[in-house]
Write a protein that binds this ligand. Sequence first.
Ligand SMILES: [Zn+2]
Length: 155
Amino acid sequence: MNRHTEHLAQDRAISMLSQDLRPCIVVLETGITKPKARELYREIHGVRPRSGQMRDADSIVRTRREFSAASCIMSFYCALAPNYASRVDPEAVMAAHRIYLEDNPPASHRITLNEVWVLARALRSAEARLVPCSKCSAKYLEVARQHYAPACPHC
Ligand SMILES: [Zn+2]
């Protein structure tokens, strides 16, 4: 990385970390080093980032409510990120989550920003997909190995 791209990468990293995206995601999305990402996280939040495995897509959405929320967020995401099948767009991940929170009180939301990123990665890898409902015509999320029987969570 030359100094200019390094600077841009760090700016993006700061914006992502400020919204509480995990350092491991920010490393993947910006190319900054893991120690740098963890150091920036600590500077921004005043605490060390938690470590540990990311949840898998199928464990993020387990109930009808979670499927309903995830279907709305991922529909926003796909509208904002037309190339969602070839790459994850972290800015669109953040925007889709923000739009969802604007219309839904925090208590009703169960999908975190980091989980939206995991679902966006699942859409890219075709581990998840949005399916149009034949009754209400809204799109709903289907995830490989899901526990909830595949059906529209809105109907
Ligand atoms: Zn439906």
